[in-house]
Write a protein that binds this ligand. Structure first.
Ligand code: MRU
Length: 366
């Protein structure tokens, strides 16, 4: 997508440097900074500190991390060590494990002297596939927006609520939940997007930055506003992203997603999840019992980060020493999900719905 008139992906490989270029999301939405990731320590730090974040993006980053590791030492021991280090960075988003499993499976049978080139080619392939998957999610989401738009009085926008940032910077490009919004806006569908703040890391502000850069009308609201807006008839549909979906359709996503889904059900508002197939964990059937939920530093809850005018500062909002807990994700049961918008079309949120669209994946992983 474009930033200040220039086309970007959220990461790209620099052949001259033999390193990965990233948009450092710690500074967004206040400052657009590009950084170079050159070492395994820096790759792991980028994922852990959420300089890169969002399930598809951390998967692509990990694939490039494997490429860097293979360029330095292509032995089996180095391959397994890189896999283990990257695998341990964040536990919830399955795309990270999916990309690493795919890289290891491709590289172990490859001769050591061919591994560096093969790993880099695979990382490029994973990045390119992500862009195409997300573009298609947008295509399949468009009819949903069109249908709602057609039922509205002329001139009234389709009002969408989204949570967290499932935007282009959370993927290699397009985003998942935002892809139908960008493509709908470009196709002339009048939209208005509520981006909720998504404490503690305020990823909703990243979504506001993205939508603002693309000219999509939007407003930033508190995390607690969604249910109220739905009761007032101000939300036509919810679209969120996801970090891991079970084969039965349970959705793990940023903390607070579950409450939006409950409010949507109570108010008869459709609740869609934009789902790229690498985010499906075919090995898991009960999201609440089986998906590991990342617990992050409580300081992210007790403090907020923002722009001061002079720079970016972190300030404490609680009394000094207040205990806090920071569960980063929650699970929305499949029964609360209206449907998945995938790269192959719209699927019912059930084992049958997912298996019907992705039969070869369901059969392989069962
Ligand atoms: O902790 P984050 O910011 O990496 O969490 C991101 C989300 O929860 C997104 O909604 C999800 O990864 C989908 S991104 C297309």
């Amino acid at each position: 997508m474009k930033v200040a008139g220039r086309q970007y992906r959220s990461l790209w490989w620099s052949a001259e440097e033999g390193a990965l270029q990233i948009i450092d999301q710690r500074w967004l939405p206040h400052d657009f900074r590009i950084d170079t990731v050159r070492t395994m320590d820096a790759f792991c730090d980028a994922i852990v500190q959420m300089r890169v974040r969002g399930a598809p993006l951390i998967g692509a980053t990990a694939a490039y991390g494997m490429a860097l590791a293979m360029a330095q030492d292509a032995s089996d021991a180095a391959l397994n060590a890189a896999y283990d280090r990257l695998h341990g960075t964040r536990p919830t988003a399955i795309n990270l494990h999916w990309a690493l499993d795919r890289a290891r499976a491709a590289l172990l049978p490859t001769a050591a002297d061919a591994r560096a080139a093969a790993a880099l080619a695979l990382a490029h392939q994973i990045a390119d596939e992500d862009v195409e998957i997300n573009r298609r999610i947008g295509q399949h989401g468009l009819p949903i927006l069109r249908e709602i738009a057609a039922a509205k009085p002329p001139g009234e926008p389709v009002r969408v609520l989204t949570h967290c940032n499932a935007g282009w910077i959370a993927t290699v490009d397009w985003g998942t939940a935002t892809s139908p919004l960008y493509q709908g806006h470009d196709a002339g569908i009048a939209l208005h997007v509520w981006t909720d703040e998504t404490r503690p890391r305020n990823q909703g502000a990243l979504t506001a930055w993205e939508l603002g850069s693309h000219g999509v009308p939007h407003a930033y609201v508190t995390d607690n506003a969604g249910g109220h807006l739905m009761q007032r008839g101000l939300v036509d549909l919810v679209i969120t992203g996801t970090d891991r979906v079970t084969r039965t359709g349970d959705v793990c996503n940023k903390i607070g997603t579950y409450l939006k889904a409950l409010a949507a059900r109570d108010n008869g508002v459709p609740f869609y999840v934009a789902l790229p197939s690498p985010t499906i964990d075919w090995t898991v059937s009960d999201g609440i019992a089986e998906i590991p939920i990342e617990e992050r530093d409580p300081r992210e809850v007790t403090h907020v980060q923002g722009a001061t005018g002079d720079g970016i500062a972190s300030v404490r909002v609680t009394p000094d020493g207040t205990p806090a807990r920071n569960d980063a994700f929650d699970v929305t049961p499949a029964r609360l999900v209206s449907a998945f918008i995938t790269e192959r079309g719209v699927a019912a949120a059930s084992e049958q719905g997912l298996a019907a669209l992705f039969p070869e994946m369901a059969a392989r992983r069962a």
